[in-house]
Design a protein around this ligand. Structure first.
Ligand SMILES: Cc1cc2nc3c(=O)[nH]c(=O)nc-3n(C[C@H](O)[C@H](O)[C@H](O)COP(=O)(O)O)c2cc1C
Length: 413
């Protein structure tokens, strides 16, 4: 045996022993330490390009390298909505697992629910790279992915395999699964695209979201206009109601709106919600505005949607307005800038029945999930709420018994 081969074999044995020792050490850690360890890799990941580290995060979740939550959620966090039980109200927003590849690993973080997508009917590459930009001082991101999607058939394949695994291991799906639908950039008929998405993917979803609010697909946000939205939602809803969904019934249909809507837009959206009886709203997507310090940031001039803490105040205000305009009758998912239990609680008090986050997971890592849940439970107990449902819209009620216009929400920005 040559010297080189002996050396290589020695190195392989030493490397293998190190991995076994590290794995052995890892398995002795308690769950909380595993979450902290996973989050400690964040600074290392942030030395990579933002899109590469996003991809690595998906692969880590897919390969089972994320910590797995085994601690039960407190009863006060449980939410009943649309006939589904959410073990807690904290979900992962759309755009992280665009192709539904890593549901098991992501749900395993102890999320109450997650949205996969946005999925477009046909595969499409999205915009040219670079298309994701970090603003680390603000813990914010600007992205212009432009609906890069492996398409509805690929997503269906991934979802089918996921559900097959759930049949044998029900515990891998502790939360509720939403599928978020987009449209292809070059498709002329948006309504057809959403209907195709629904027909191909609806059967795998506990709820379906029509995304008309991404800023990176030309013309998409115009679908939020009163007549366009009314026609679109009516068409997709009719498609849904004409399909046979079996014993589980049809998936609830939600619409995801932008935080950049004017007061007139908000009133129009509320009118469409009432007319079409859509099942809920996600409020909302990223913003094309550049609030506060973002405008002066070196990356602040990049085109695309801004996410993270600078979006909190704006998106919570729009959420509160939509709660007021819909009379508190339609379930709302609050999304935008949430990075703490207090932020999630502010969304709930403003009218959200559920809360989603994305950018905080990218900056803080997996440990942000148990931290937010614990802080939220503390907020509820502090203010004497027995559960999440009791706190939904509390700010409106505190403002004078009725659904009056309420104060500004969230941190400055
Ligand atoms: C990189 C990136 C990609 C996103 N892709 C999508 C998407 O495909 N569909 C969608 O509805 N929202 C998408 N979003 C928006 C998020 O779902 C969420 O609405 C937004 O980021 C605000 O939440 P956050 O401040 O917690 O990140 C994306 C956000 C980011 C940062």
């Amino acid at each position: 045996m040559s010297k080189l081969v002996r050396r290589l074999r020695g190195a392989a044995v030493a490397g293998g022993a190190a991995v076994v020792t590290a794995l052995g050490y890892y398995t002795t850690l308690d769950v909380q330490k595993k979450f902290e360890l996973a989050s400690a890799t964040g600074p290392l990941l942030r030395t990579l390009d933002a899109e590469d580290s996003h991809r690595l995060g998906i692969l880590a979740a897919k390969w089972g390298l994320f910590p797995r939550e085994t601690r039960p959620d407190p009863d006060c966090l449980r939410v009943q909505l649309w006939g589904r039980t959410f073990p807690n109200p904290i979900g992962l927003a759309a755009g992280f697992d665009k192709d539904a590849e890593a549901i098991k690993g992501l749900m395993g973080l102890g999320l109450g629910f997650m949205e996969v997508g946005s999925v477009t009917p046909k595969p499409q590459p999205g915009n040219d790279k670079p298309r994701v930009f970090r603003l680390p001082e603000l813990k914010a991101t600007i992205n212009r992915y432009g609906f890069n999607s492996a398409g509805a058939d690929a997503a269906a394949h991934h979802l089918e395999s996921f559900w097959k695994r759930v049949e044998h291991h029900p515990d891998i799906k502790p939360g509720v699964l939403g599928v978020n639908l987009g449209k292809n950039k070059l498709s002329e008929d948006a309504a057809d695209d959403y209907a195709i998405g629904l027909m191909k993917l609806g059967k795998y979803a506990d709820f379906v979201v029509i995304n008309v609010s991404s800023p990176n697909t030309p013309g998409l946000r115009a679908l939020q206009g009163r007549q366009q939205l009314q026609d679109l939602v009516t068409f997709v809803k009719t498609t849904r109601d004409n399909l046979d969904w079996g014993p589980g019934g049809p998936p609830p249909l939600l619409v995801k709106i932008a935080p950049d809507v004017s007061d007139a837009d908000k009133a129009d959206i509320a009118a469409v919600v009432a007319a079409t009886q859509v099942d809920g709203l996600v409020v909302g997507n990223t913003t094309i505005s550049r609030p506060g310090a973002v405008a002066e940031h070196p990356q602040g001039g990049e085109a695309g949607g801004l996410s993270g803490p600078p979006l909190l105040s704006l998106s919570t205000q729009v959420l509160a307005d939509m709660y007021r305009l819909t009379g508190g009758k339609v379930p709302l998912i609050g999304c935008g800038g949430v990075s703490s239990g207090e932020d999630a609680y502010a969304k709930i008090r403003a009218g959200a029945s559920l809360v989603e986050l994305y950018t905080a997971l990218a900056y803080e890592g997996p440990a942000v999930v148990p931290a937010i849940k614990q802080q939220l439970a503390e907020c509820l107990a502090r203010d004497g709420f027995a559960n999440v449902a009791d706190a939904v819209g509390a700010d409106h009620k505190a403002a004078g018994g009725g659904l009056k216009r309420s104060r500004s929400w969230g941190r400055g920005g």
